[in-house]
Design a protein. Structure first.
Length: 135
């Protein structure tokens, strides 16, 4: 169970807020399954979280490209790093089944990263994109 409940910052683009909320909900469900669910349930939710993250990042990157966001490479670079880490963590979980390590990563590592990423990179990206779209 999560020891690190999330309070997510809101950004100026609606789809980003919805996706962030969906991610936080999947993370919370996954943390509950890690605490007491089956390995199959954890595997399924990890796959769902991973696919959700891939799609969300692709949607954000499309928005950044469409609005000519000047620091797109930096934001995309963080996305690429997060996806690589997520894939490695999922692989490690499937190899060793270490629930404690998976729980700590999702609770603290992912939880802290998500809030910080939204408050910094996503906030700036959304403000820029919203201003461009308002023209």
């Amino acid at each position: 169970m999560s020891q690190n409940p999330l309070t997510l910052p809101r950004v100026a683009i609606d789809f980003m807020n919805r996706d962030h909320d969906d991610f936080a909900g999947l993370r919370a469900t996954l943390l509950n399954q890690i605490a007491g669910g089956t390995t199959d349930a954890v595997d399924s939710l990890l796959d769902e979280l991973h696919q959700h993250t891939i799609r969300h990042f692709a949607d954000e990157e499309k928005l950044m490209q469409e609005t000519n966001f000047p620091v797109y490479p930096v934001h995309k670079g963080e996305h690429d790093s997060v996806l690589a880490d997520m894939a490695a963590r999922i692989t490690r979980w499937r190899q060793d089944g270490d629930r404690d390590a998976l729980q700590k990563w999702l609770d603290r590592g992912v939880g802290d990263w998500l809030v910080t990423h939204i408050a910094s990179m996503d906030t700036v990206t959304a403000q820029f994109a919203a201003a461009r779209q308002a023209r």
